[in-house]
Write a protein that binds this ligand. Structure first.
Ligand code: ADP
Ligand code: ADP
Ligand code: MG
Length: 650
């Protein structure tokens, strides 16, 4: 029996697990780092134990501290969620050694599948097709080059211990192989402490399709159908759906047979996902098995009506699987979109800041929408962890209805205080390619490269007009009382645009709005606490707004703009000065590669900042000599912090 469960994770997945545990009558213990002392998951659990400093390595990756917290609090089991220690076989073993149930597969199964090379060998043995390539022990660069030539280009170099899309390099031409190999090995060493790589033929026009499997300790193993996760940016999933519009019944059945064979081949117990890659020839090849609950498990829950966390906990308590294969029914279509704290307008750079407005609760009449959020209004997104803040998931009778509900769910839910990819998700979900289900794993990167960022709309005159009206009406007590016409000039900037607006107010009502030289046809304005209603050229519309410090956040149907009064001490000038190398993100300074007195070339790497698991390279913008270095490796830097100064070459 499990009566008390420790959740060794944070964010939305910790909250998700707490929800099911509570429904099952199981008490919950959260763990938190110093950065998460007030985080949502720590507030939602019955108890929360501090386990260490803000860096994941000092807290959520500290297995000993987590096991001590479990023992001290009297929990009988540990649920690892995904990421962090979820696929760490040593941690699973340490839990068992401490007399705790690890809610996951046996350590041996994790170990077998955690090594991509070993996993492929086991799959070949079990007659599961794998991607052709080289996964041998011999890591001599000369040998790898000759293997690469045999496989042919394009190909992929992958970290044997990899995960989360890291340590992977696509190579298109033989002459690029050695450089790519070097950098893949470097990244694999630093990210996974293991520089071994394997080489695979690159499947072009590929779909990523995966099968959810579930096994118990009594020899039963079922599958729960597929998920299509082909919408990826840089090998990271952003939208997932079930069923896959690409897979037909025969293909689905054949993948399911292979997935169950894969699980059985390693003595699997619990929830697992077998990932396949499929090319234009519609043949599936095993990619890897994720030995944990997957980020995108909600789409399977919505089409099967099952609670996968409940199944995990039942299996962990030694029960048999609640259902047999024939008893698992599928209905309708489900799609999930991952909301990230990142700015698509600025190279998807990770964002930090306060969550000022965010209303994940369902709205009156809303159907088929589920939101798994890791944050609430009043929380902050810090630079220490994964930038995913929530998942918005929708279910419908068919794909069109699921898309419609998801898009509407996203449109109606602005998040203010930091930038997110929400507008990007809406654009992707409504793109022709997504709607005709022709998205392959290469699509999103190509779409972005072909100018998605350029298409991110700058605020138009009427957006500026609404912003100016909100400011005029909020700040304008005197104008409202005046009997004549008051003219209220407002200078506003948003993104790269600055506009001069004049709002005319006649007896408390807005009578005219001019932005620059343009007369904007705005009328019938009314504002409430967080909404502004207006008529634009005769059509009545609504926008959500929030004024915070010097910013006015405004969301028009999923498109968020931030307006502010232009700052005369233009920070941009600072950032453009080649003599000053400043951090564009808040994060941990991973490396400084120069010292005072060094000569640098334009474009040369000066430092690396890690924020939310992403590395950002700071480069010199001009050739010159390093005048001073103001930070050291290991420092925490804020946006705009001066890292180094140069004496640019005359
Ligand atoms: P999936 O195949 O389910 O997308 P990945 O192999 O990409 O899974 O790994 C899961 C991702 O979630 C990783 O990028 C991992 O680092 C990240 N992650 C881990 N813990 C959390 C968390 N608490 N909140 C959000 N993301 C997390
Ligand atoms: P990770 O452990 O980082 O999730 P995977 O092996 O699952 O690594 O690969 C991640 C993604 O990279 C896949 O979903 C797919 O989009 C792409 N990918 C991996 N291997 C191949 C391949 N051989 N050909 C084409 N794309 C691939
Ligand atoms: Mg994967």
């Amino acid at each position: 029996m499990i009566t008390k469960l420790l959740i060794a994770n944070r964010g939305e997945i910790a909250c998700r697990i707490i929800r099911t545990a509570r429904a099952m009558g199981i008490a919950t213990v959260a763990v938190h780092s110093d950065a998460d002392a007030d985080a949502l998951h720590a507030r939602q659990a019955d108890e929360s134990v501090r386990i260490g400093g803000p860096q994941a390595s000092e807290s959520y990756l500290d297995g000993d501290a987590i096991i001590a917290a479990a023992k001290d609090s009297g929990a009988q089991a540990v649920h690892p969620g995904y990421g962090f220690l979820s696929e760490n076989a040593d941690f699973a073993e340490a839990c068992e050694a401490a007399g705790l149930i690890f809610v996951g597969p046996p350590a041996e199964a994790i170990r077998a599948m955690g090594d991509k090379a070993r996993a492929k060998a086991i799959m070949l043995e079990a007659a599961v097709p794998v991607v052709p390539g080289y996964d041998g022990e011999n890591q001599d660069p000369g040998r790898l080059v000759s293997e690469a030539e045999t496989i042919g280009f394009p190909l992929l170099i992958k970290a044997v211990a990899g995960g989360g899309g890291r340590g992977m390099r696509r190579v298109d031409r033989a002459e690029d192989f050695s450089d790519a190999l070097e950098s893949a090995v470097r990244e694999a060493r630093s990210a996974f402490g293991d520089g071994r790589v394997l080489i695979e033929k690159l499947i072009t026009d590929a779909r990523h399709i995966e099968i959810q499997v579930f096994a118990d300790a009594h020899g039963n193993c079922v599958h729960m159908g597929e998920r299509d996760c082909s919408a990826q940016r840089r090998h990271q999933k952003i939208i997932e759906e079930a069923p896959s519009p690409f897979v037909d019944a025969a293909m689905g059945a054949s993948m399911a047979v292979d997935a169950v064979a894969a699980a059985k081949a390693v003595g699997y117990v619990g929830a697992g996902t077998v990932e396949f890659i499929i090319g234009a020839d519609r043949q599936h090849h095993f990619l890897e098995m994720n030995t944990r609950l997957q980020v995108e498990h909600p789409v399977t829950e919505l089409v099967t009506g099952l609670d996968l966390v409940e199944w995990q906990l039942r299996v962990a308590m030694g029960e048999r699987l609640p259902l047999e294969e024939e008893e698992i029914d599928f209905s309708g279509h489900a799609i999930e979109a991952r909301v990230y704290a990142e700015d698509p307008g600025d190279g998807f750079s990770p964002q930090t800041g306060p969550v000022l407005l965010w209303k994940p609760a369902l709205r009156a009449g809303e159907a088929g929408v589920r939101i798994d959020s890791g944050v609430e209004e009043g929380d902050s997104v810090t630079p220490y962890y994964d930038p995913m803040v929530a998942k918005v998931v929708a279910h419908g009778r068919d794909r069109d209805e699921a898309v419609a509900r998801l898009v509407k769910g996203l449109r109606e839910r602005p998040l203010f205080g930091l930038r997110t990819n929400r507008g990007f998700l809406i654009d992707l979900l409504t793109s022709r390619e997504f709607l005709d289900a022709s998205v392959t794993t290469a699509f999103v990167d190509r779409w972005v490269a072909e100018g998605y960022a350029a298409r991110l709309t700058e605020a138009e005159d009427w957006h500026f007009g609404v912003a100016a009206c909100v400011l005029a009406m909020r700040g304008g007590g005197d104008w409202f009382r005046s009997t004549g016409v008051a003219s209220c000039p407002i200078l506003l900037a948003s993104g790269g645009t600055t506009s001069d607006a004049v709002v005319e107010i006649e007896r408390g009502n807005i009578s005219a709005v001019e932005v620059g030289e343009v007369n904007v046809e705005l009328s019938d304005l009314a504002i409430t606490l967080d909404q502004v209603r207006f008529s634009l050229a005769g059509t009545r519309r609504y926008a959500t707004y929030l004024a915070w410090e010097r910013d006015l956040w405004l969301d028009f149907d999923g498109r968020t703009f931030v307006f502010h009064e232009p700052d005369p001490l233009a920070k941009q000038a600072d950032a453009a000065d080649p003599a000053r190398i400043v951090s564009p993100v808040a994060g941990l300074l991973r490396a400084i590669s120069v010292a005072a007195g060094d000569r640098v070339e334009a474009g040369q790497k000066v430092a690396v900042v890690e924020a939310m698991k992403m590395e950002t390279t700071l480069a010199a913008r001009a050739a010159g000599t390093v005048r001073a270095v103001h930070c050291a490796t290991g420092d925490q830097v804020r946006v705009g912090d001066l890292v180094a100064e140069l004496e640019p070459q005359a």
